[in-house]
Write a new protein. Structure first.
Length: 150
C-alpha cells in the first residue's frame, strides 16, 4: 500500500535531515566562534593600540552621542554613512574626516558604538567592501567606560 511507503520515506528524509543538521553544527560551530572572536577587540586591547597610536578607531554612533563622550582618538563616522565614506577616494576621505583613509589591507581598523550592535553592522559593511581585517570593540563605549573609567 502507498501509505506505509510514504511513512517510511518520510522517516528516512527526517532522519537524514536531522543527521545533516547535527553534522553541520558539529563541523561549523568551532569555526564560527573563531571568526566571531577574531573580529573583536577588547577594551584592554584597544587601550594598548591607542597608547601605541596603532589604531584607526571609528565611532559609528550619531554625532550627538559622540559629542556626549567618546574614546580618545575616535573619529565620528556615523553608521548611516559608513559605506559611502569607505568608498571615498583617499584624499576626499582625509579632507572630510581629517585622518588618513583606511586601506583594505589594514589590520588596525576598529569600529565602536555604544554597546557593539551598530559597530557590528559597520564591520559587516566594511568586510563586504573588502576590509577583511577590520574589527569592532567588544561591548562598545559602555564596556570601555566600565573598564577604563573614562
Amino acid at each position: 500500500s502507498v501509505v506505509p511507503c510514504y511513512q517510511l520515506w518520510l522517516n528516512v528524509v527526517t532522519t537524514a535531515s536531522m543527521l545533516c543538521s547535527t553534522v553541520c553544527i558539529f563541523l561549523f560551530t568551532p569555526f564560527t566562534h573563531f571568526f566571531v572572536e577574531a573580529s573583536l577587540v577588547t577594551p584592554s586591547q584597544l587601550k594598548a593600540m591607542l597608547s601605541n597610536r596603532s589604531v584607526q578607531l571609528f565611532d559609528v554612533r550619531n554625532p550627538d552621542e559622540y559629542q556626549d563622550g567618546h574614546i580618545p582618538q575616535a573619529i565620528n563616522l556615523p553608521l548611516n554613512i559608513v559605506e559611502e565614506s569607505l568608498k571615498l577616494p583617499p584624499e576626499s576621505f582625509k579632507q572630510k574626516f581629517e585622518v588618513k583613509a583606511p586601506g583594505k589591507d589594514d589590520d588596525n581598523i576598529v569600529f565602536n558604538c555604544r554597546t557593539g550592535v551598530r559597530s557590528g553592522e559597520a564591520l559587516g559593511i566594511a568586510r563586504q567592501m573588502g576590509f577583511h581585517r577590520a574589527r569592532h570593540l567588544k561591548g562598545g563605549y559602555v564596556a570601555w567606560v566600565e573598564q577604563e573609567g573614562n
